[in-house]
Design a protein around this ligand. Sequence first.
Ligand code: DPP
Ligand code: ZN
Length: 853
Amino acid sequence: RKAINLADYTPPVFLVDEVALDFTLDPAATIVRATLNLRRQAPGPLALDGRDLELLSIKLNGEALGGNRYVLTESSLTLDDVPDVFTLETEVKIIPETNTELSGLYMSGTGFFTQCEPEGFRKITFFPDRPDVMARYKVTLRADQSKYPVLLSNGNNTASGAAGTQIWATWEDPHPKPSYLFALVAADLVAVKDSFTTASGREVALGIWVAAGDETRCGHAMYALKNAMKWDEDTFGLEYDLDIFNIAAVSDFNAGAMENKGLNIFNTAYVLASPATATDADFQGVERVIAHEYFHNWTGDRVTCRDWFQLSLKEGLTVFRDQEYMADQFSAAVKRISDVRSLRATQFRDDAGPLAHPVRPASYLEINNFYTTTIYEKGAEVVRMYRTLIGREAFRKGMDIYIAENDNSAATVEDFFAAMQAATAIDLKQIMRWYEQAGTPEVSFDESHDPAAQTYTLTLRQHTAPTPGQPVKQPFMIPVAMGLLDATGRDIHTETLILAQPEQSFTFHNISEPPTPSLFRNFSAPVKLQGQSRQRLAFLAAKDTDLFNRWDAMQQYATLVLLDAVKAHQAGQAFALDAGLLEAVTATLRDAARDPAFAAEALLLPAETLLADAMSIVDPDAIRFVREAARKALGETLREDFFAAYAQFAAVAASDVSGHAIASRALKNAALGYLSAAGDTTLAGAQFLSGENMTDTLAALVNVAELADERRDDAFASFYDQWRANALVLDKWFSVQARAGAPDTLARVQALTKHKDFDLRNPNRVRALIGAFAANPSKFHEASGAGYQLLADTIFTLDETNPQIAARLTTAMGSWRRYDTARQSLMKAQLERILAKEKLSPNTYEMASKALA
Ligand code: DPP
Ligand code: ZN
């Protein structure tokens, strides 16, 4: 399969001004009639994309075309001899019930749903399926009234009716849009309705469509939607632009949600939430994703992408916007901490391996493989760096310019750059390297203090290791938000430096004593800061005025200490708890009441995956042993404090999901984790039994899952009995078992793949069991290689029905070179086995071959 290259971009030969679609919906044979008004832009034939379509008829300006007038291949329909302006009518048959890829039109639950981003529309009708072709859509849906009483599409419902047992509805979207934003829903759903009045007085009807029985779990989604609509008006001056906004929830969905114009389609996991069934993290996930998809209405829909290489133009920007939204709802520092925690755990890891790619890749085989943390989360960091560099006011001005200049068009990363550059006097040219070069820069520093001159000089150096296809890196433009602390921890100077060369020195005046620098405050750039001494880290962990850096110093300190303990363990020495770590945890715990949300984050030791990233040869067993030993030692040493904290933060109503309640539960459950690690499991057992709140129940279950005895088995059995009918809760039942560190995890996961509720057709279930297991740092990497085999077996089967999810699972073996030679060859053998599969999808082929390259 041929690579698609950014450098080969050419504008479309034909534009489509209007398209009328008429669907007669039937699971076994849906008929799609399309009328396209086409207009030539450049010389050449008309080439339309189309896959899995049975062409029934084709007319040009009303005249039926014979087979000699067009060329049909597996993926295209080409007409050589066409006028400059004309109407093309096609009629095709598609089979939604056999569409297991969940791209295009497919069946799920009670009806029909679509997913068109990035290239699903070509599985619905022949069309120039590329984002720079923006058309106005008129859509008529026809279906059996008894089975599919609800018919939805983009825009406004302009007409409806019934004819015999059939109903029909017409939807018209006044805004031109690319084909990837098309959507339809035809299903037996019920709506939770509300309304929102925009700042300029437009009344918007809001509907959240779910399966009957799920209406009671839509409250948080509706709250979040209205809150997000208001926030975008207040923060960016962006108002909603249609009279109706619908969200439909579907339980079979490859991604989290989709921003189709006026009709967002959501994975049920990001709509349904009640305190009894969803954790606090789930509630926050619903709010974040609802906001994210809503924000796409401007950054994605009104201003879309010229081509898929620009994916981060909409995704990085929209993630940045949802991060800012969430920061405004809760604690900004805690939000930043949890975002950076996951960026480091996933994006930094990818950036260091064979799958590393720039925020704007130069080439791909299968664009579905590029919905990555690099495009999304690192892309958001790049947008954040613009703001850090030019300031909030200029950034807002740049956003206004970006929207105004690119409204109703398909833009590029350069257009965003131009808008930001127009808003500031700072030369931003070099920021473009963040889009072009993959890899995580490493920043180191030297310092010197001159008591006579009262100056302090900081020298910063940046270096970025080679990544696939990029052996040499140019220096990045790195904003370094920093402060200088005196010996008492007071800020004596704060500034944002710009590091743009391989090495740069900065001199500060009137500095009488050697200060302590606090660098990259609030994580001002996605880099790795190196060379901080333990003493420094301990000081910053206790004193930094920047909450993020205080947390980070503690994490870095704990990382150094635990990595030393790993070495000691490998050398056969017994584990000894570091006094500084004990001191830091003690101080955090005793001060927890001041900011429980922050304390709960600070109490978490660095994840096993983060420790793994810092090792040249990953030893998953030693990492797990040491991290657990540290948790146990802390739990035992601070037993009284943890019990006290548990009791202090326990008094929160089960139904309360306010920020205060969420923070209290987080702190309480952090304490529960340490007490359980110290062998005190009665508390977890009792909390499990008393649970009316899913956060508490699950936190207890996670601890009970570590026990390989009947207490665990009883807990999982009763959880199953209680929740077997609730798919989203049952997903948790699978994933807690797959994430467990208990010695028999692998065998249990093998057995669970045969469980009657395990279903390879449902992406949420696959992620809950197989995805979670592949992210289990020690059990997936069990020395026998049986974990790799299990994953590869799943990929083998899944590749035939859902290549997108199969390809995604393959990335779990992307870091195989980081392990010992025995594990390396076991993982490599599985990757090779996958590559040798007959009829392997291009999706999985790309990931497996790149992992091995
Ligand atoms: N465009 C979607 C999103 O916003 C991806 N399915 O995440
Ligand atoms: Zn998005």
